[in-house]
Design a protein around this ligand. Sequence first.
Ligand SMILES: Nc1ncnc2c1ncn2[C@@H]1O[C@H](COP(=O)(O)OP(=O)(O)OP(=O)(O)O)[C@@H](O)[C@H]1O
Length: 232
Amino acid sequence: MTQTTALRAEHLAYSYGSSPVLRDVNLVLPRGTVTAIVGPNGAGKSTLLEILAGVRRPASGRVLGTAPVALVVQRVTAPDTLPLTVADVVRMGTWRGRAVGAAGVASGSGSAVGSGSGSGSGARPSRAERRRVVADALTRVDLANLADRSFTALSGGQRQRALVAQAIARRAPILLLDEPSTGLDAESRDRTRRILSEEAARGATVAVVTHDQEAIDFADAVVRLVDGVRVA
Ligand SMILES: Nc1ncnc2c1ncn2[C@@H]1O[C@H](COP(=O)(O)OP(=O)(O)OP(=O)(O)O)[C@@H](O)[C@H]1O
């Protein structure tokens, strides 16, 4: 690992049962950059992201990098009975320690909402500081006006933005996002791209699985998977 490398994956392989989905994947995520992870449906992008985040263990190969990771998962669903406001969900990003997000808002990949394998570095923030961080994150994703609304009452695109806000609030050195722009309108997609660039500018290392061509054009680097093999 060099000083400029936040995370390095070496010779990753993974199978679901007997079906191989990743084969000998190598990649480096440089500090302070945005990397787009692209490829056709089923290429193994989400699986790769989960392995990079440490929520899935590779069959072989390894991931080097010790910084805490914030993971934004895809296809968020939530039980209707979940008594959380939008602000509560974002506030979860400010919690310290592991197993953040185990509050029962499930994603399509079975993880809890905004599962993070850690949180941002530094001393425990004060209550006032946490309030500021939550308000700032809500404003950045343009959900400040819905802060007190029930999370389950949000549309799919609004939920997606709330989870991006939760990840921002985590202030993790590494930010991994699985299709954060899916279902977002053009303005929200544009805002999401801007947020990711701003996070990289503050020194975060960002990797984003995306089919959004503008996000791909916007990225500093592109990792392309086809049938579980890195081709670019
Ligand atoms: N839990 C699972 N059990 C079995 N097979 C799975 C599971 N999750 C994913 N797969 C299979 O693994 C392959 C890679 O899936 P993955 O979700 O990583 O692809 P992806 O590139 O993220 O696709 P998409 O662009 O559609 O989100 C696919 O063929 C998928 O059907």
